[in-house]
Design a protein around this ligand. Structure first.
Ligand SMILES: CC(C)(COP(=O)(O)OP(=O)(O)OC[C@H]1O[C@@H](n2cnc3c(N)ncnc32)[C@H](O)[C@@H]1OP(=O)(O)O)[C@@H](O)C(=O)NCCC(=O)NCCS
Length: 174
């Protein structure tokens, strides 16, 4: 778990509309806002208890971006999983990106990059050897974001999504 200092990790200003965005750890009060962003921006939605359990278990890497009215406009959440190592018969910890999204009006301002940067430092503290994620093969914006962070396509997961779309499984050594 982090400290109070962690609840305000980075500020930056968006001069185009004079709004001011803060990135900080998610709180229980933010969950409704996170769910709203998820439902607007992604076809996958999760029940409330799922978000709550990520917050309970991985609060340090569950971050939100809020505008000057304290409205959640973006979020990122991770979990840590024990998966077979690529190199031997051992199991190792992997940081699994559960979800990231930014509201359309706030895109291309570096918010997702800032969310990833800060949260990956926190996930690394969980003794992981790799960051892993799935992304729709058609989601070129997200793929381009992950490539910018040097994620590589490891494999394709066939019909990974409920609507039958394939996923790229992307990994990055921690
Ligand atoms: C993917 C997403 C989170 C990116 O958020 P963002 O705040 O706009 O991202 P950033 O401003 O940090 O951009 C980072 C990089 O992503 C890529 N990118 C983002 N938007 C892009 C666009 N419109 N065109 C091309 N590349 C784009 C670029 O590589 C960009 O780096 P650059 O600005 O240096 O070229 C956002 O588009 C989103 O919420 N999409 C819907 C939800 C989603 O698909 N989540 C991922 C599920 S796996």
């Amino acid at each position: 778990m982090g400290t109070d200092k962690d609840t305000q990790t980075k500020y930056f200003n968006i001069f185009t509309d004079n709004d001011s965005i803060i990135i900080r750890r998610c709180t229980l009060e933010d969950l409704e806002g996170v769910i709203e962003v998820n439902e607007k921006e992604l076809p996958e939605d999760y029940p409330y208890f799922f978000y709550k359990s990520i917050l309970d278990n991985y609060a340090d890497s569950f971050l939100v971006a809020c505008n000057s009215s304290e409205k959640v406009i973006g979020y990122i959440m991770w979990r840590v999983e024990k998966l077979p190592s690529k190199y031997n018969l051992e199991f190792t910890n992997k940081g699994h990106l559960v979800s990231i999204a930014v509201l359309k009006n706030y895109r291309r301002l570096g918010i997702a990059s800032a969310l990833l940067n800060k949260s990956m430092l926190k996930v690394k503290n969980h003794n992981i050897d790799e960051f892993v994620l799935e992304v729709r093969v058609s989601n070129y914006l997200a793929i381009s974001l992950y490539k910018k962070f040097k994620f590589k396509t490891h494999s394709i997961k066939n019909k990974y999504y409920r609507d039958g779309e394939n996923a790229y499984y992307m990994t990055l050594k921690a």
